[in-house]
Design a binder for this molecule. Structure first.
Ligand code: NDP
Length: 293
């Protein structure tokens, strides 16, 4: 079994990005800038935004956080997005999800300028991705693709089973893996909560990607010997021995599944750090006008 070290791979990519950012700053006099809007006080969201800001610092990018109260109106939030859309010194804009229920997620995402939509959630970017055109790829699927690529895992002709069809992880992942290019070309099965014979389907996967949001649901029964297992799940489980009071677990029951695998990602230290790399990579692309003129 080979452990895919997302932390190590993300550090390698971050150092490559840092070199590029240094050169770009020398040439242009400014660094790529990521803005994040954080609505409310959800501790997990605060941690994610803090980690994104930290990653920007590590690679020499600028960042700013716009904190909004949880009772902010949809109108006011969209006003702030429009303001950032127009700021020429800001290359990437994300709104940390989830946002409070009284605000329409679709309206918020659609109000982000697709050129700055470095989360890759805007319908224009999703549409371009589906058509195989250059676009900002959603950060988690982008990060997973880089993990597979840097670990030299063959995807072409393989059966890839993805469990979970959310707009931010499972669905875009299924599109990316099925595209006709050398880093994909897999045969994809996308499963969800109504899928019948889930164990059987998963245990036929060469590459199994779990993005379910159910702690340790994927047990040994779901995994074929020699498979690659990518665990996207992230769950805080109470642990009094930790300073934080919790530890992280995934959607995969690691101890039971790992001995069966050729490759597997751990939680933490697998997909999580790569998601942030996907985001800063997109911010760099925005700065360089790689996707849009
Ligand atoms: P969602 O809750 O949006 O989607 C979960 C998906 O899993 C749905 O499609 C749902 O099906 C499916 N599902 C739920 N229960 C079952 C079941 N028993 N059998 C089969 N399918 C099931 O989750 P996200 O995609 O946003 O996130 C998934 C996990 O990944 C979470 O733990 C989240 O914290 C983590 N995550 C981690 C990231 C990282 O950087 N590491 C980034 C983003 C998410 P249906 O559509 O039918 O409801």
């Amino acid at each position: 079994m080979i452990l895919i070290d997302g932390k190590e791979i993300s550090n390698q990519i971050k150092s490559e990005i840092a070199n590029e950012v240094r050169k770009l700053r020398e040439d242009s006099g400014r660094s790529p800038h990521l803005a994040a809007i954080l609505v409310g006080n959800d501790p997990a969201s605060e941690t994610y935004v803090f980690n994104k800001e930290k990653a920007c610092k590590e690679v020499g990018m600028s960042s700013s956080i716009y904190k909004m109260p949880s009772d902010i109106t949809e109108e006011k939030l969209i006003e702030t997005i429009n303001f950032i859309n127009k700021d020429e010194e800001i290359d990437g804009l994300i709104v940390q999800l989830p946002i409070p229920k009284h605000i329409s997620v679709n309206k918020v995402i659609e109000s982000i300028n697709p050129r700055k939509d470095v989360d890759g959630f805007h319908p224009v970017n999703i549409g371009k991705m589906v058509l195989g055109q250059a676009s900002y790829l959603p950060a988690t699927p982008f990060g997973i693709s880089m993990l597979l690529q840097r670990s030299n895992i063959v995807t072409e002709g393989k059966h890839c089973v993805i469990v979970g069809r959310s707009n931010i992880v499972g669905t875009p992942m299924s599109i990316l893996m099925s595209r006709n290019h050398s880093l994909a070309n897999a045969t994809v099965t996308l499963c969800h909560s109504k899928t019948q014979h889930l164990t059987e389907i998963c245990s036929s996967a060469d590459i199994l990607i779990a993005a379910i949001g159910k702690c340790e649901m994927i047990t040994a029964d779901y995994v074929k010997k020699g498979a690659t297992v990518i665990d996207v799940g992230m769950h805080r489980v109470a642990d009094a021995s930790k300073k934080s009071g919790f530890r992280l677990k995934g959607d995969v029951k690691f101890d039971e599944v790992a001995p069966l695998c050729e490759y597997i990602t751990p939680v933490p230290g697998g997909v999580g750090p790569m998601t942030i790399v996907g985001l800063i990579m997109n911010t760099l692309k925005s700065f360089k006008h790689d996707i849009y003129e």
